[in-house]
Write a protein that binds this ligand. Structure first.
Ligand SMILES: Cc1ncc(COP(=O)(O)O)c(C=O)c1O
Ligand SMILES: N[C@@H](CCCC[NH3+])C(=O)O
Length: 422
């Protein structure tokens, strides 16, 4: 069962903080993403407090959930941001994020994106190849700026997660191979006039449920840091990426406190500033996807619950065979059946959950748990389905933070070849 402090049953009804989810469905319709400001704030503060006494910066990985309200809540708490595109940069700046707390990750930054980030004055570019370093140097030179840089090094550590979201193995596309790192640091200092390499970075994967790979990666990075310092390369900060997992099902990931404590132990008494880039562990349990049963269908060997949310709204089950708890919004007694909970999209892979024991009737509301991370941010308009509304609960108030799209909005950028032939 996924863990949640803010989505709880009160008088037989699932609530977000103090608001019944049925009231949210009534006001905003379904499907709808529901986030809790309290849960988000608590997760951020858990990270921040765990670092007490250590120079640190928490850079929220925007890709997990890029809604402006989420970014704004985090910015106001003092969070930094890890971005991977010019679009995410624009979102963070719009939401009031401090450019001096932004790190820019990603293997394929375009020169336009580099220009925008340099103009904004970000904290650091996490550079992933020698060619990218040359490209950034050229852009910075044209702009008469010095680009602050960390090299993202691939420590070749098995994150023991789904292969699609493992990033720190030598066969993955991410980072600079460990055995090339020192040479590239030294050439950067000698040959590139407009970059200033001051940081060291890695990110080994997402949804890690054990501490050991984090420790292995940190130890390898710190050994490299020590070798670099001996050669006169001064490293001001160490960025250990994101990746801490959450509980979706039976996993037992380390707590935020134990995770941060383990990283700090690795750093020992070194004075470098520590950066981390958590995404899922900040927002995952801060959100759910509210959906309604459209139809029940009893085929010879299977029972289908066809709900109004689909793979385009939450693609994790279809993409990674990921598990999300599905809970009834109003708890019921009586006999349960085993259901395949599926969406309306025309793909057999369109499912939200397999083999769920539920007691269902048409129009029942269901809550897909732990959907705050990589839910809305990975949604699409497949089957010309407008993207759903997002709301944020704050105490007893519910704020609409993104209205449901309309089909007109989806079609607006398109143009027919000949307007007369309709
Ligand atoms: C560079 C980088 N940083 C941070 C993250 C955030 O990861 P997570 O949501 O697992 O914390 C990711 C995604 O895996 C990433 O690619
Ligand atoms: N999208 C993935 C995580 C990807 C992390 C990006 N580096 C998920 O839903 O689990």
């Amino acid at each position: 069962m996924s863990e949640s402090v803010t989505f709880t049953y009160q008088s037989g009804q699932l609530h977000a903080e103090s608001v019944p989810l049925s009231a949210i469905a009534k006001q905003f319709g379904t499907p709808c993403y529901v986030y809790s400001r309290k849960a988000l704030t608590a997760a951020y503060q858990a990270f921040d407090q765990a670092f007490a006494g250590r120079d640190h910066l928490i850079c929220y990985a925007v890709k997990a959930n890029a809604n402006l309200a989420i970014l704004n809540v985090l910015a106001r708490l003092g969070s930094g941001f890890d971005i991977v595109s010019g679009g995410e940069l624009q979102r963070v700046l719009t939401a009031g994020g401090d450019p001096q707390k932004i790190v820019f990750s990603g293997v394929g930054k375009s020169q336009d994106e580099m220009r925008a980030a340099l103009a904004a004055g970000i904290l650091c570019f996490n550079v992933e190849s020698e060619m990218e370093l040359a490209s950034l140097n050229q852009v910075a030179k044209e702009m008469n700026r010095i680009a602050p840089v960390s090299l993202r090094v691939n420590p070749d550590v098995d994150a023991k997660t789904h292969p699609y979201i493992s990033t720190g193995l030598k066969e993955n596309k991410f980072g600079i191979p460990m055995n090339e790192a020192e040479r590239i640091y030294l050439t950067a200092a000698l040959s590139f006039s407009h970059v200033h390499v001051t940081g060291l970075d890695c990110h080994i994967g997402s949804q890690l449920t054990e501490l050991e790979p984090f420790i292995e990666a940190s130890d390898k990075m710190l050994a490299l840091l020590d070798r670099l310092e001996k050669q006169g390369v001064h490293i001001e900060h160490l960025d250990l990426g994101g990746g801490l997992g959450i509980r979706y099902d039976q996993e037992t990931p380390p707590s935020i406190q134990n995770y941060v404590a383990a990283l700090c132990r690795c750093l020992d008494n070194r004075k470098q500033r520590l950066l981390i880039e958590p995404g899922r562990s900040l927002v995952g349990n801060s959100g759910i996807l509210l959906t309604r049963v459209e139809y029940l269908k009893h085929a010879p060997h299977r029972n289908f619950a066809i709900v109004d949310a689909a793979m385009n709204d939450l693609m994790r089950p279809a993409l990674y065979d990921a598990y999300h708890d599905i809970l009834p919004v109003i708890s019921k007694t009586g006999e349960c059946m085993t259901y395949q909970v599926v969406g309306p999209v025309c793909e057999t892979g369109d499912f939200i959950g397999h083999d769920r024991k539920l007691n269902l009737a048409k129009d029942d509301l269901l809550s897909v748990m732990a959907a705050g991370a990589y839910g809305m941010s990975m949604s699409s308009n497949y089957n010309t389905r407008p993207r759903v509304a997002e709301v944020m609960v704050d105490g007893d108030t519910v704020h609409l933070i993104r209205a449901r799209e309309t089909v007109e909005q989806l079609m607006a950028p398109e143009k027919m070849l000949d307007e007369h032939h309709r």
